[in-house]
Design a protein around this ligand. Structure first.
Ligand code: NDP
Length: 487
């Protein structure tokens, strides 16, 4: 095995595919080759599922206290490796080092600690049925779970999926995106060092086909997926063949509404966080910014000034605020949306230009774009762009803006800025979105449910209820009296 061939991780071992096939992992920051990656064959996937099945039997019977301790140890190890993991994420995703220790590694540590704590308290219910009978219910793990991740938050996604799965007594086979395979292996190393028995967390690398092998595998009991809506629909169809439990975290086109009484500087900060963090490659981004007519001019002025000052460049440098998009193809797709916005009559307030960074000319860098004079029917206001492109729309009436905000098949997130808290709660109640923020945007602390409504997904991650998605209920009726019988 060479350092430049990233292995699979199956049954506690780093191994290479039995087929010998590989694919190339490119660095977004300069388009160069980072490493070759072992491509899992069908036999490798089968081997991973078998390993997970056999490890599951003992793990499911391990006390929650012990399972939790292992996750807490994993959190400590991850904390020790924080800077190294953050830099791996920079290399794999192109996101700046000013973000990844916090948004990626700390978020993963939080998930390990949160679910490590909850593992000790997974329980069912007791049902009083009078003096001669009772019933109780048990929350049982599902078995082998397949985790499939997107490329924008690789470590966070792998941890948000595996920590609750393992806490609840399941085993997991995880497939990271082919574009960002590296930190799933770091996570496997961390679990191993923390004492997780072999077979409980496995990593198979590959593309759509490998994901499909997992989703259709008869011995996989649950699929937990993060990715786009079209792939999510295919996953749901495929998993229906064997009636697998399925949870989906999908895309969005979320609204952010700024009312006329909002603190304007905070609203500008919120809109920038909601669009430019991680180069806009964030599922929950508030990409449709609805601004009240009366403050539109001042809002755009302050927004443009701050957006133009953002430092775009080498994501390894601490002062960089906007790194490289994931690859050339995706960058071209995002630029295509900028062109479409102009064609359809939106005004480009600032940004939207490809930038050449010295020494990193093959990376895809662009200045964050702000469009104003947008209308609801424009392509940039309807489709998920997944890049640093903000569309500003204006409104004057509360009921009207709520209707427009909800007028999409997505329902992942929504936000609003106002000083009027009665209005804030009234509006939030009417917004059709799984995750809402009042006077901030895109914060996802451990314990607060995260997930989408409508076509943005099924299920909630990062919270206590997530454990419901990784367990099933067995109810037990207990007779303590004589059996009544008419025969
Ligand atoms: P994709 O849907 O293209 O891919 C997601 C994962 O699914 C990848 O690992 C991919 O493999 C795999 N995959 C693709 N096709 C299949 C298939 N037929 N069967 C099984 N697995 C398959 O999404 P992206 O990776 O491009 O991620 C961007 C999308 O993810 C955006 O829409 C974004 O909104 C969404 N997202 C949602 C989040 C949420 O929590 N709601 C969070 C982050 C992102 P491979 O890439 O190797 O081909």
């Amino acid at each position: 095995m060479t350092d430049t061939l990233l292995p699979l991780y199956i049954n506690g071992q780093k191994i290479h595919s039995n087929s010998g096939e590989t694919f190339t992992n490119f660095r977004p920051l300069d388009g160069g080759v980072e490493c070759e990656v072992s491509l899992a064959s069908k036999e490798d996937v089968d081997q991973a599922v078998r390993a997970a099945q056999s490890a599951f039997e003992t793990w499911a019977g391990t006390p929650g206290m012990e399972r939790g301790r292992i996750l807490l140890r994993a959190a400590e190890i991850m904390r020790r490796r924080r800077q190294e993991l953050a830099m791996i994420e920079v290399i794999d995703t192109g996101k700046p080092i000013s973000e990844t220790p916090y948004a990626d590694v700390d978020s993963a540590i939080d998930a390990l600690e949160f679910f490590g704590g909850l593992a000790m308290d997974i329980r069912g219910d007791y049902h009083d049925l009078g003096s001669s009978a009772m019933a109780y219910s048990i929350r049982e793990p599902l078995g082998v779970c397949a985790g499939i991740g997107a490329w924008n938050y690789p470590l966070q996604i792998a941890t948000w999926k595996s920590a609750p799965a393992l806490a609840a007594g399941n085993a997991m086979v995880f497939k990271p995106s082919e574009l960002t395979p590296m930190n799933a292996i770091s996570l496997a190393e961390i679990y191993e060092e923390a004492g997780l028995p072999a077979g409980l967390f496995n990593v198979v690398h590959g593309k759509a086909e490998t994901g499909g092998l997992l989703v259709q595998h008869p011995e996989i009991d649950k699929v937990t997926f993060t990715g786009s809506v079209p792939t999510g629909k295919r996953i749901l169809q495929m998993s229906s063949e064997t009636v697998k439990h399925s949870t989906l975290e999908l895309g969005g086109k979320s609204p952010l509404i700024i009312f006329d009484d909002a603190d304007l500087d905070n609203a500008v900060s919120g809109a920038m966080n909601a669009n430019f963090y991680s180069m806009g490659e964030v599922c929950s981004n508030g990409t449709r910014v609805f601004i009240h007519d009366s403050i539109k001019g001042e809002f755009l002025k302050r927004l443009a000034k701050r957006t133009e000052n953002l430092v775009v460049g080498d994501p390894r440098e601490v002062e960089t605020q906007v790194g490289a998009l994931i690859n050339e193809d995706h960058g071209q797709k995002v630029m295509g949306y900028v062109e479409k916005g102009l064609e359809e009559g939106a005004t480009l307030v600032c940004g939207g230009k490809r930038i050449s960074v010295e020494g990193l000319e093959r990376g895809f860098y662009m200045s964050p774009a702000v469009f104003s004079d947008c209308t609801d029917d424009m392509t940039i206001c309807r489709e998920e762009i997944f890049g640093p492109v903000m569309s500003v729309l204006s409104f004057s009436d509360e009921a009207d803006v709520i209707e427009r905000a909800n007028s999409t098949d997505f329902g992942l997130a929504a936000g609003l800025f106002t000083k009027d808290l009665a209005r804030a709660h009234r509006v939030v109640k009417k917004l059709k979105a799984g995750s809402c923020w009042i006077n901030n945007y895109n914060l996802t602390p451990a314990g607060v449910p995260f997930g989408g409504s409508k076509q943005s997904g099924i299920g909630r991650e990062n919270c206590a209820r997530t454990l419901d998605h990784f367990t099933q209920v067995k109810s037990v009726y207990v007779e303590m009296g004589a059996v009544e019988c008419d025969y």
